[in-house]
Design a protein around this ligand. Structure first.
Ligand code: SAH
Ligand code: SF4
Length: 346
């Protein structure tokens, strides 16, 4: 999968006129060609040369879990035989209000993850490799083909830490947002990160108005360190400094993701500190009752405790949602993606 400028360079190398770039982009991203052979207005020699180096379809669909009207999880195989998962979440009145026609896709950015957060299935097997920009973008193209639906909302909340794959993420974002590419509005794209401070600052400089979500999960260093090892490197105060930089450059609210884990981060004191933190950067908060992960010890608080936690935030003027996770039953809640196929358990 190529960006416009990469394609222009490539065509120049092949001594081709510049207008070919427009033709090829149209074939790839608008007509959704499955092979270079389909590009009937290109010279055969060029098609053959490009086909050898640039496969149009790097992902193979191997399995779908879930049904047409619920969350669907697609298991996709990479050219090197590894697997990733992509989750399509249909419009949800609970999440988005009655009239929403959103089709949200939760994409992966890496195979595995190196950050080892204690609540997260993706980190359990460690890090294998970064996805290429093409492998990121192909998840959208394939999900649209498999579902027959147009993806109009995108979250980088699948497997991996997107900001640890910064260059490929930026390339993918360019393809996804450009009018010559998938043309999905930047405001409908959310990049979620465990809090890589330097990359947050770099991302704040991108021209696109993409949204940022932070996996916070602990409002103070002591709590957060128990849950997220990355906090040792980038403590809460530093993280919030970076978020203030983001706020100066961008004009939409940051979302703080906060998984409620019984006996770990879900006390009313935690709620009060979180309220102050959210107020300090005018962030919204997404509360997510913990989904049990096989092999990990924690459990979610009961509903009443979750509601009490939320009440403290809303009383403090912080906009908070208590997320009704979809897809829990098929292990497809974002962040629950795991390489089951490789373990032979699908
Ligand atoms: N690496 C990035 C993107 C992955 S998304 C990041 O950490 O932000 C990770 C998100 O998935 C978490 O913030 C959380 O919202 C969700 N998640 C992960 N494990 C979960 C679990 N066991 N229960 C509920 N949500 C979970
Ligand atoms: Fe990696 Fe994000 Fe999971 Fe942490 S929460 S292990 S950073 S995918």
């Amino acid at each position: 999968m190529l960006t416009k400028s990469q394609l222009a360079d490539l065509l120049e190398e092949h001594g081709q006129p510049a207008y070919r770039a427009t033709q090829i982009l149209d074939w790839i991203y608008q007509k959704r060609a499955r092979s270079w052979d389909e590009m009937s207005n290109l010279p055969t020699a060029l098609r053959t040369a490009l086909a050898e180096k640039y496969p149009l379809r790097p992902l193979t669909h191997t399995l779908t879990k879930g049904s047409a009207d619920t969350t669907r999880k697609f298991l996709l195989q990479l050219p090197d035989g590894r697997y990733i998962e992509t989750v399509l979440i249909p419009a949800s009145p609970a999440l988005y209000g009655e009239k929403s026609d959103r089709h949200t896709l939760c994409v992966s950015s890496q195979v595995g993850c190196a950050y080892g957060c204690k609540f997260c299935a993706s980190g359990l097997d460690g890090f294998t490799r970064n996805l290429t920009a093409g492998e990121i973008v192909s998840q959208i193209i394939l999900a649209e083909e498999l579902s027959g639906e147009k993806v109009n909302n995108l979250v980088f909340m699948g497997m991996g830490e997107p900001l640890a794959n910064f260059k490929n993420l930026c390339e993918a974002l360019e393809i996804i947002t450009s009018d010559w590419g998938l043309h999905i509005g930047a405001r409908r794209i959310t990049v979620s990160t465990s809090g890589l401070v330097p990359q947050i600052k770099k991302l704040a400089e991108l021209p696109q108005q993409i949204r940022l979500a932070i996996s916070l999960h602990g409002p103070d260093d002591v709590t957060r360190e128990k849950i997220m090892p990355v906090n040792k490197k980038y403590p809460v105060a530093e993280l919030f400094d970076a978020l203030r930089v983001w706020n100066t450059n961008k004009n939409q609210k940051i979302t703080l993701e906060y998984i409620l884990i019984d006996g770990v981060n879900a006390s009313l004191d935690h709620a009060r500190i979180l309220t102050k933190r959210a107020q300090s950067i005018k962030a919204k908060v997404n509360l997510i009752p913990y989904n049990t992960v096989e092999g990990l010890p924690w459990v979610r608080p009961d509903d009443a405790a979750c509601l009490r936690f939320k009440k403290i935030l809303t009383n403090g003027g912080v906009s908070a949602t208590l997320r009704l996770e979809k897809g829990h039953d098929i292990d497809a809640a974002c962040g629950q993606l795991r390489l089951k196929k490789e373990k032979g358990a699908v």
